[in-house]
Design a protein around this ligand. Structure first.
Ligand SMILES: [Zn+2]
Length: 162
């Protein structure tokens, strides 16, 4: 019988969803683990039953090609690796659902036919509903961009509060 896997990308960890009380199959990749290197996320990983798996190189290439086609050039190794893992899980006859709040990751996932489930949102919101901020220096941006102009850290986003 096919199993369902929830594949966590870096934004899934930053969202701080409590993964400790779940019976679902949670998986992520070594690249995601090394990217989410702060204390809180490490603790989260330690407390959770998250398996660390790697997609095949062939699937990684498929993902890179898809990202190039859609013009999503800001994707990190971690972003690419979770998508490759989704494809590999699917190849084994199981179901992969990607947990992500990242526009680019969701976009490439949809072109590959990968099911994605957002964390903090109900589907992809328009950019105007988000604030973008630097997790390192705290600078906020009204418009989406990949990196912080001050320190070069990859920006994160959260929904504007009404
Ligand atoms: Zn910064």
């Amino acid at each position: 019988m096919p199993q369902q896997y929830l594949v966590l990308d870096t934004t899934a960890f930053y969202a701080g969803v409590p993964y400790t009380n779940t019976t679902e199959n949670l998986v992520t990749t070594p690249d995601v683990i090394s990217e989410v290197s702060n204390e809180r996320t490490r603790t989260l990983i330690a407390l959770s039953k998250i398996n660390v798996l790697q997609g095949t190189l062939a699937n990684l290439k498929t993902v890179k090609d898809a990202a190039r086609r859609t013009g999503d050039n800001s994707m990190t190794a971690a972003d690419l690796s979770v998508l490759a893992l989704c494809l590999s899980i699917r190849e084994e006859g199981n179901e992969a659902i990607l947990l992500s709040d990242d526009f680019a990751v969701e976009n490439v996932a949809s072109t590959l036919g990968i099911k994605a489930r957002p964390l903090m949102t109900n589907g992809i919101k328009t950019a105007s509903e988000w604030v973008f901020f630097c997790p390192a220096c705290g600078k906020r941006y009204q418009k989406q961009r990949a990196d912080c102009l001050v320190c070069g850290t990859r920006l994160e986003k959260r929904l504007k509060r009404n």
